[in-house]
Write a protein that binds this ligand. Structure first.
Ligand SMILES: Cc1cc2nc3c(=O)[nH]c(=O)nc-3n(C[C@H](O)[C@H](O)[C@H](O)COP(=O)(O)OP(=O)(O)OC[C@H]3O[C@@H](n4cnc5c(N)ncnc54)[C@H](O)[C@@H]3O)c2cc1C
Length: 387
């Protein structure tokens, strides 16, 4: 079945990223989790390998490969038992910089993409605010034009990569009276005067930084506007499909690794004179989860193929994100149970998997929001067109 989606070159790429992660990341993740960040030097190495520019044009330093190379990358980084480690490149390459690539001016592309692809600069996507998460249209951060720049005031919260990062794709209101048509995307340098940040403490994702950000009369050059003023909400709706697809890939890959890890443990752990993988009740649970993971994986691959072919698939991406992240919650709970008390110990990777997977049904649009989108399409016949 995999041969339908991956050719021999894809498989060689999978092996090369596995080797790289085994040597450069896996021995260090525990330490990075304790330190609360993954060092910039690592991301530069990652960038040098080309891993941050798989789907970007060569003229900005990318490799211009097909989307299934990205699927492989996301699967492999999601199998490292650290959601905090995996999220940085996911945000960088699939959730933030694509807005510059698809809608930004040539000057913005030249200024930001080569450094982001090389791992020299780290990007964030800043949508959520203290008073507006799911209801993104209700954001209050304002960017009012004044001559050759915008003056930005407001705040954002829960922004991944921002605290140690370099620039934000910020969702702002350039015309506060115009509803969805008054929202725009601005590139804001984190070091701009008037930007202040606080690092947030989280349940999981410990080696990823998450920030609350305040903008106090921040002057942003007008040329940092991405695309047209007032189009930001529509660009965002398009970009969120890729964000959700990437989340779905990460979710099933994480489930696969949790199941593999559990099977190994269950074959070694003995109770009542036999390996615990001989208890029928546990075997049936494994069989159920293995079936659900596999069905989820191939539905997600199907969505990836549609994405690669250029289709704008809101319903399918929402379904894949909903099912994959809900399944990850279930797999995390049930697999931890197989480990008994050891599952609760930090010495076992299952504890981290349990913490880290919990964000899946919240970030990038909650499960409730996914169900709302799907319900509108399935029940009310609503359709969404790409901006
Ligand atoms: C670790 C982490 C990293 C994040 N990274 C980023 C980032 O990089 N950039 C960014 O912009 N944001 C980021 N977020 C924010 C994330 O996208 C939001 O938390 C999410 O969209 C939900 O928004 P909220 O937290 O304001 O919850 P709310 O919108 O207040 O929702 C609260 C509850 O109400 C439910 N609800 C809301 N509306 C409805 C409805 N219409 N019908 C039914 N139920 C509903 C929600 O599903 C949820 O259960 C991150 C969050 C976390 C925790």
């Amino acid at each position: 079945m995999d041969a339908y989606y991956f050719n021999e070159e894809h498989q060689l790429f999978r092996q090369s990223i596995r080797d790289f992660l085994k040597k450069e990341a896996l021995p260090n993740i525990e330490q990075w989790e304790k330190e609360g960040r993954t060092p910039r030097a690592f991301w530069q190495k990652f960038g040098e390998m080309g891993y941050l520019g798989l789907n970007f044009p060569e003229k900005y330093g990318g490799l211009d490969l097909d989307f299934f190379y990205s699927v492989i990358l996301i699967e492999e980084i999601s199998k490292c038992f650290s959601g905090g480690f995996a999220i940085l490149p996911m945000v960088q390459s699939y959730m933030s910089t694509p807005y510059i690539l698809h809608h930004g001016s040539e000057a913005l592309k030249q200024k930001y993409l080569p450094d982001a692809i090389a791992g020299k600069k780290v990007a964030s996507i800043a949508i959520s605010e203290p008073g507006a998460g799911s209801d993104a249209m209700n954001i209050q951060t304002k960017a009012i034009k004044s001559g050759d720049h915008y003056v930005v005031n407001g705040s954002k919260t829960f922004i991944t990569n921002a605290y140690y990062g370099d620039f934000l794709i910020a969702v702002v209101k350039t015309d506060p009276e115009a509803g969805a048509n008054g929202i725009s995307l601005l590139v804001i340098d984190n070091k701009s005067e008037g930007v202040s940040m606080r690092k947030l403490n989280k349940l999981g994702w410990h080696c990823s930084d998450t920030a609350e950000i305040n903008f106090d009369d921040v002057k942003v050059p007008a040329e940092n506007l991405i695309g047209d003023e007032g189009m930001g909400f529509y660009y965002l709706m398009g970009g969120l499909q890729l964000e959700r697809l990437v989340a779905a890939v990460g979710a099933f890959a994480g489930c696969e690794s949790a199941l593999q890890y559990s099977l190994q443990y269950m074959s070694e752990r003995k109770a009542f004179g036999r390996s615990i993988n001989k208890f029928q009740v546990l075997r049936h649970r494994i069989a159920q989860m293995a079936s659900e993971i596999e069905a989820n994986k191939y539905f997600t691959y199907h969505c990836c193929k549609l994405h690669q072919e250029g289709a704008y698939v809101v319903k399918e991406c929402s379904m894949a994100k909903l099912l994959g992240t809900e399944l990850a919650n279930k797999v995390a709970t049930e697999c931890l149970q197989f480990f008994g008390g050891y599952g609760y110990m930090e010495d076992y990777k299952m504890a981290r998997f349990f913490r880290d997977s919990r964000i899946g049904t919240i970030g990038g649009g909650t499960s409730e929001v996914m169900r709302e989108i799907i319900a509108k399409m399935v029940i009310d016949g609503q359709e969404y067109d790409e901006a």
